[in-house]
Design a protein around this ligand. Structure first.
Ligand SMILES: Cc1ncc(COP(=O)(O)O)c(C=O)c1O
Length: 351
């Protein structure tokens, strides 16, 4: 097995998609899905209901900058990954062409929210879906996937998310009937957030000039896509990543071990998510948030506002408050709330 010299991950396959260099492509060059919409009205319908989520002012530190958060639970399936799922499914259907949808079998590794949205699109388009997930995935998600007719493979959570990705690569190599959807290096992932999430934030902002943009990094599609959109109008904006303290972006050493807040984190072995790696020079730094702190943040935010936000949203809120506290009250910090959390987390929080 030949592996790239920078790769210290003994479980990486040859020509690892996770470590292939990434070059962003412009949204107009990769997001033409007119033919897919014609062939699959369900995709056109989902697209029509996607996005247009509100950018709300949320509680900040006294005397600090204002914080605006893009509220992504307003998407049709309840999370920011609805946008990613739409783009990845549309891309796969475009490649599949005019062959019958039941001949397409998509294999998707996911932290949960992407699987949820892709299972809905699979059900509506007639495409078979199979999800590779961590064994710690919430029962409410597994039940939803089964209801929608998806197959599920669970990978022991102790290996971290990296072993979920590696398991999906091994399945794809052994079972070529399944097409692996590799969210970490598909240009449509960044492009959809550049065009829609970022484009909407630009118009939601009106005359406001944001000083900083913060987002939690899973694949990095949201963080980097929105950053690319914002840089077009605000070339001096500060970009700050948010990652779990237990598994920060680019963390060296063996992955896994400790659970993290949802949908985000470094992979271990010094691996950098390709989208972020390609933009490292534009990123000021990363803020780290522990799982217990993010869970407490969900409760604090709920008590203050009556709104339910998920753990990655809470991590973004806490990091945004830190940054806002260092800025004057007329400054604006922008972030994203990926989802509203899951029933298991809310019952653990007793709310
Ligand atoms: C809840 C949640 N927040 C944030 C993210 C990060 O999104 P991205 O993959 O665009 O970096 C994810 C990704 O799955 C997620 O599930």
């Amino acid at each position: 097995m030949t592996v790239p010299s920078t790769n210290t991950d003994p479980t990486a396959p040859p020509d690892d998609q996770l470590q292939r260099p990434f070059t962003a492509l412009e949204p107009e060059d990769v997001l033409d899905f007119a033919d897919v919409h014609k062939r699959y009205p369900a995709m056109a319908d989902f697209h029509a209901r996607l996005g247009g989520t509100s950018l709300r002012e949320v509680p900040s530190e006294p005397g600090g900058a204002r914080i605006l958060a893009k509220c992504e639970w307003e998407n049709p399936n309840g999370s920011v990954k609805d946008r990613t799922a739409y783009a990845l499914m549309a891309d796969a259907l475009r490649t599949h062409g005019d062959r019958p949808p039941e001949e397409l079998r998509l294999l998707v590794y996911s932290g949960g929210k992407l699987a949820s949205a892709m299972s809905l699109l699979g059900q509506r388009t007639g495409v078979r879906t199979r999800f590779v997930l961590m064994s710690s995935s919430p029962p409410s998600l597994l039940e939803k996937l089964r209801e929608r007719g998806a197959e599920v493979d669970l990978v022991p959570a102790e290996g971290g998310f990296l072993q979920t990705i590696r398991a999906s690569q091994r399945i794809a190599a052994a079972e070529p009937d399944w097409t692996l959807v590799f969210q970490h290096n598909n240009p449509v992932n960044v492009a959809i957030h550049q065009r829609t999430t970022g484009g909407e934030i630009l118009s939601d902002l009106g005359d406001a000039r944001p000083a900083a943009w913060l987002a939690s990094i899973g694949s990095g599609g949201t963080f980097v896509g929105v950053l690319r959109a914002l840089l077009g109008r605000f070339p001096d904006i500060r970009a700050i990543g948010v990652t779990p303290q237990e598994a920060p972006y680019a963390n060296p050493g063996r992955p896994g071990g400790k659970p993290t807040y949802e949908g985000s984190g470094g992979h271990g072995y010094g691996i950098r998510q390709p989208f972020v790696k390609a933009h490292d020079d534009l990123v000021e730094g990363h803020r780290h948030v522990t799982l217990p702190r993010a869970l407490r943040g969900m409760g604090e935010f709920f008590d203050l506002t009556g709104l339910r936000i998920g753990s990655s949203a809470a991590a973004n809120w806490l990091a945004a408050k830190e940054v806002a506290a260092e800025l004057p009250p007329d400054a604006v910090v922008v972030t994203v709330f990926a989802c509203a959390g899951n029933p298991e987390q809310w019952s653990e929080l007793g709310r």
